[in-house]
Design a protein around this ligand. Structure first.
Ligand SMILES: Cc1ncc(COP(=O)(O)O)c(C=O)c1O
Length: 376
């Protein structure tokens, strides 16, 4: 039986091979490899796509977060509120700039910030809030932006998983002070290597990130402050420009597949992804919840279908956060999500027949899901 991958990057390349090969060959022929015309063009195109004035390409999504925090002047003594259930980079970036991540609980249905929990974590040291549009579902931004405004806090959107997602008709990454994209290959818009970008409407912030990515200089060899080497390369930018032309069609196919999964799995005792009525979810991952996760994983393995666990350890319980003294039980909803969630295949090239095969495995082994899986 043919394997079903979690995501089929080689298949995606084959589907647009000619366009990609031409773009890559043009870069080879140009002899210009780092921060050239393709990066500049991609920055314009991503800004237009996201609905922001500016976009600045950097070396990864993690660097976008770090340089974004730095550009806002966040560092030692400052607190940044982050979700207790996210990829570690959201938290690690805060620690890299010397600030303290302060965790807030997520909603059990969308896995994005529970804004009430965020409000309870604000202290006089809080400088910023970092909503993560996890799995491609936008955070409840109106409530969060209100809170930020009341307390004079910056909002840095971790939009690594959210390209194309919309909150009340506006693209994620255009709602806070800074949005941070990742172009890691498996992302909805992924390069053929690492890459990232910040999006913003603030010209000073864009300028600061531009300087931070090249040693803190505006004029070559004349650093004005301590910066980094965090540049996007021409090959990635050329590939991403090709892929950006397809992103809406790909995201639409992800939504179609999610709707089909929803229909087919509706009668089973499996927790399914939930989308608020005022958002456009982009299903970066299709996350189900089962209380017998290892059994379900095993069954999928036997049938040649890939699955993955995002994220087995919530960040507050990871080793780099040990000194902060969080114990198991500090964030029950996040901890339970870490134990019960499972990503099953979803990618734009997935066929209806592949969906049927995934569904048939779940029909064999699904047992009652956690109470947290239900919509409140
Ligand atoms: C939520 C989230 N934040 C940050 C990142 C970091 O992005 P990158 O891997 O490009 O550094 C990722 C992706 O890996 C992510 O999923």
């Amino acid at each position: 039986m043919k394997k079903i991958p979690l995501i089929d990057l080689a298949g995606q390349y084959r589907s647009i091979k000619e366009e990609i090969d031409t773009a890559v060959q043009n870069v080879f022929d140009s002899g210009h490899f780092v921060l050239g015309p393709n990066v500049a063009a991609l920055e314009k195109e991503i800004a237009a796509y996201t609905g922001t004035e500016y976009a600045v390409g950097v070396a990864s999504g993690t660097d976008a977060l770090i340089l974004g925090l730095k550009a806002l002047g966040i560092g030692a003594g400052d607190e940044v509120i982050v979700p207790a259930y996210t990829f570690f980079a959201s938290v690690g970036s805060v620690m890299q700039v010397g600030a303290t991540p302060v965790f807030a609980e997520v909603r059990p249905d969308t896995y994005c910030f529970d804004v009430k929990s965020v409000a309870a974590k604000i202290t006089p040291r809080t400088k910023a809030i970092m909503p993560v549009h996890l799995y491609g579902h936008p955070t409840d931004m109106d409530a969060l932006l209100d809170l930020a405004k009341q307390h004079n806090l910056y909002v840095i959107e971790d939009n690594a998983q959210g390209i194309g997602a919309e909150y009340k008709g506006r693209k994620t990454g255009s709602l806070g002070d800074i949005g941070c994209l990742s172009f890691f290959p498996s992302k909805n818009l992924g390069g053929f290597g690492d890459g990232g970008m910040i999006t913003t409407n603030n010209s000073e912030l864009a300028d600061k990130v531009r300087m931070l990515r090249t040693h803190g200089w505006r004029k070559k060899y004349d650093p004005e402050f301590l910066g980094y080497n965090s540049r996007l390369d021409e090959l990635q930018a050329a590939i991403l420009r090709v892929k950006l032309r397809h992103i809406d069609r790909w995201n639409e196919r992800r939504r179609e597949l999610a709707a089909e999964y929803g229909r087919q799995l509706a009668g089973l005792n499996v927790g399914l992804p939930y989308a608020d009525s005022d958002v456009n979810h982009v299903y970066h991952l299709y996350i189900i919840r089962v209380s017998n996760r290892s059994e379900v994983e095993q069954q999928f393995k036997q049938e040649g279908i890939d699955t993955a666990v995002y994220y087995p350890i919530p960040p507050h319980l990871t080793k780099p956060c040990q000194a902060m003294g969080y114990a198991e039980g500090s964030f029950p909803i996040s901890e339970q999500a870490s134990k019960e969630t499972l990503a099953i295949p979803i990618f734009p090239e997935m066929t209806d027949e592949q969906v049927q095969r995934v569904v048939s495995v779940l029909k064999k082994c699904a047992t009652p899901a956690s109470v947290f899986a239900a919509k409140e």
